[in-house]
Design a protein around this ligand. Sequence first.
Ligand SMILES: [Fe+2]
Length: 419
Amino acid sequence: MLTLPGQFEFLSDDFMMEGHAFLERETAALRTRDAARPFTISERFSDAPPHLKFPGDVATWQIAFDGTTLSVERGFNPDADVTIEGDYQAAVMAQQFVGAASPTDSAVAGREVQQVFGKDCIRLKGQFEGDALNAMFAHMHDHMARRTVENPDLAHRAARQGLSGKIREMEEQGYTILENAISPALADAVRATTLKALTAHNAVSLQWMLYHGREIEILAQNPLLMTLIDASLGRGAVIASLSAIRRGPGPGFIPLHTDYAHVPEPYPEFALTGVGVWALEDWRAESGPTWLVPGSHKMRRPPRPGESTNAGVPIEMPKGSVVFFTHGVWHWQGDRTEPGERVTMHMHFNRGILRSLEPKKIDPQMLHRNAPRLGEMLGEDDWFDKMSGIGRDHVRFAHMQQLHGFTAKQKAAIMAEAG
Ligand SMILES: [Fe+2]
């Protein structure tokens, strides 16, 4: 059981059944309004994960409605009114965006998918006749989006995202950098929202940033960063804190440390916690970036009082990039010698078995406007904090146990590959 009841892998048999049931209901509703028009649509995506067992790893389906009867089957119909083709992993990312009825949100989704997978990763041809069909398919997209999980095959996913080498680097150095993981436009939007929140609170730093805007919800689910988090902390990793920090010129105010507060020595061989810091402007040594000490996690201890190091390197990366550091690697905030402000978003995640720093606030509307990924990082998918008077949540226990097993197996496969 890799998915919880009511959640689906993109284009799996269960996904198709859910889509079929949705369309049966909606086309029946159209008929009662005398608005039912015939339509056909078909999709085909290459390089699907092998465990879904599609012929040639190509995921397909075709939907036809003649005004009365609906059919939903496997196979690709190139002559359908609307055809959508492309890369499976890109389509998983696109399918997880909720908001298809909003032109603004759809544009953001399209832009961010292209940022990760390239301009032609998904190709759409044709269009439906009439607003009723467009509205129905936008509604269907969102219905499925809030039920579509990430590809659980870590090795396949990382390979399709170009991250296999980054995961090995993360294990070797204690950190890795993903350049241009979001568009400059999203970086600008997150920076504006972050500054607005910091200014409103007259604060240098602020927690609970997830609750400050849609663009931060989208940032929190960035699939590239999530793949590093899954690889380091396992599935079901939870938000420890999403914090914003602003700083102007001057010396850094966060000294050399690890993020393993109150963790006894020696640190465990598996990672407990990891932080992704998003650059919302270009980071140069002069900007006062995070400095990291490559490989320092292998000491499996924090720096001693008064201990210093010459082995740190400044993290330089363009706006829209993220550095992810984990495993108790040593780091500090650098001095800023250039004018202006550095505004950062710190996405601190913990292995799912640990407590968080921020108490979790479950907002049903927020869950409703996002894919299950967001619930997973808020602890919705595991059995912790869910025991009730009538028993344990064995469904979530079994789900997460199986997801951990698959993830660990595929992580081992990534690590065993030649660099
Ligand atoms: Fe830190």
